[in-house]
Ligand binder design. Structure first.
Ligand SMILES: NC(=O)c1ccc[n+]([C@@H]2O[C@H](COP(=O)([O-])OP(=O)(O)OC[C@H]3O[C@@H](n4cnc5c(N)ncnc54)[C@H](OP(=O)(O)O)[C@@H]3O)[C@@H](O)[C@H]2O)c1
Length: 329
């Protein structure tokens, strides 16, 4: 997608929720983005909003999310609260005429996503999940090159680390658990590769490690079909940080933390002509500026959906998790 030559003022961002990921987004955008700037923060408690604004050098601090929704200074809202609160907040911002970038997982019910996508369409607004991995330059290069390779037929990817037991991730009432927190990342990778190569995605077999009444501590998604995939997530275990993708006569490794992809390496024999050399595309800071710039480019081009983070893929991923948590063994 072209961003060069886009004219107009930088997109004016406001952030809803003054938490951990909000800080990272704010820093990345204001230090590294080309097409936007964070100008406002809103929190449930104004003191938190003020402290955040002061720390990040923002001109506007709002007392509550409705004040942000009503702000004429803000064009787009980054929803950075815990995920059970996403759906109501997205709706509030769309009804106020704001474009919305929402943290992962976008929502926790497919039916909510469908209604919100419909609302965004009717209002002529962009709604996109903040699946930053899809906007890293190395991921864009990889997906582009995949079009010219023999079809991929196997994928292995995981996201897992040991998390503090006393936090939100272990609270079923806050939609904690491995699948919602980090399982969505490998599912997105699988969905994006299937989309790129026009492969049917299918429905995964889901195995959960979950005690009655507790969250899923670990989850395994297995897809059969043209692209076989073994995908894992955990909040109690450190898992392999590299991802592996292969086809007939080729195999690649997404090196390091694959969900922040910056290097992709050829693993077997002589590279095919479609592989002119390993991919090495480092990002500045945490790399969230790339999703923010992609989002801004979509807004400036009048799009209601992103070609890189399509609403239909969000829907697929949400469905796999929602159904998996209902029926998984
Ligand atoms: N893309 C990534 O790399 C990444 C990384 C981590 C997390 N995330 C996602 O980002 C979202 C926020 O995660 P986080 O770690 O930043 O969360 P967090 O710091 O625990 O909380 C974020 C904000 O949510 C609101 N909040 C917290 N607890 C609440 C409660 N019990 N009821 C109502 N609101 C509550 C607060 O907003 P106020 O400030 O207004 O009070 C808080 O500042 C999650 O959906 C998470 O999955 C994404």
């Amino acid at each position: 997608m072209q961003t060069e030559g886009l004219s107009g003022a930088p997109l004016r961002w406001g952030i809803a929720g003054a938490g951990a990921i909000a800080r990272r987004f704010c820093r990345d955008v204001n230090e590294h983005a080309s097409l936007g700037q964070v100008v406002a923060i809103a929190a449930r408690d104004q003191a938190r909003a003020r402290a955040f604004a002061e720390e990040q050098g923002l001109p506007l601090a709002y007392d509550g999310y409705q004040a942000l929704a009503a702000s004429a200074e803000v064009e787009a809202v980054y929803v950075a609260v815990i995920h059970p609160e996403h759906a109501a907040l997205i709706r509030q911002m769309l009804l106020a005429g704001k474009h919305v970038l929402v943290e992962k997982p976008a929502v926790t019910h497919v039916a909510d996503w469908d209604a919100l996508v419909q609302l965004a369409q009717v209002r002529g607004l962009l709604l996109m999940e903040a699946m930053k991995v899809m906007c890293f330059p190395a991921m864009r290069t990889l997906l582009q090159r995949l079009s010219a390779m023999p079809a991929p037929n196997r994928l292995r990817a995981a996201f897992g680390s040991v998390q503090a037991r006393d936090g939100k991730l272990f609270d079923p009432a806050l939609a904690g658990g491995a699948a919602w927190d980090v399982g969505v990342y490998p599912l997105w990778l699988y969905a994006a590769i299937c989309l790129q190569r026009d492969l049917p995605a299918g429905e995964p077999e889901v195995r959960l490690v979950r005690q009655t009444g507790e969250v899923d501590e670990s989850v395994h998604f297995a897809f059969t079909g043209p692209l076989a995939a073994e995908l894992d997530a955990s909040i109690v275990q450190d898992l392999d940080k590299a991802a592996y993708l292969g086809g007939e006569g080729w195999a690649l490794q997404l090196v390091g933390k694959w969900w922040n992809p910056q290097q992709v390496r050829w693993l077997t024999g002589d590279p095919l002509p479609a592989w002119p050399g390993d991919i090495a595309e480092p990002v500045a800071g945490g790399g969230m500026q790339h999703e923010a710039d992609h989002f801004a480019a979509c807004v400036r081009q009048g799009l209601n959906d992103s070609p890189w983070v399509p609403q239909a893929l969000t829907r697929d991923v949400l469905g796999w998790v929602e159904r998996g948590l209902q029926v998984g063994s």
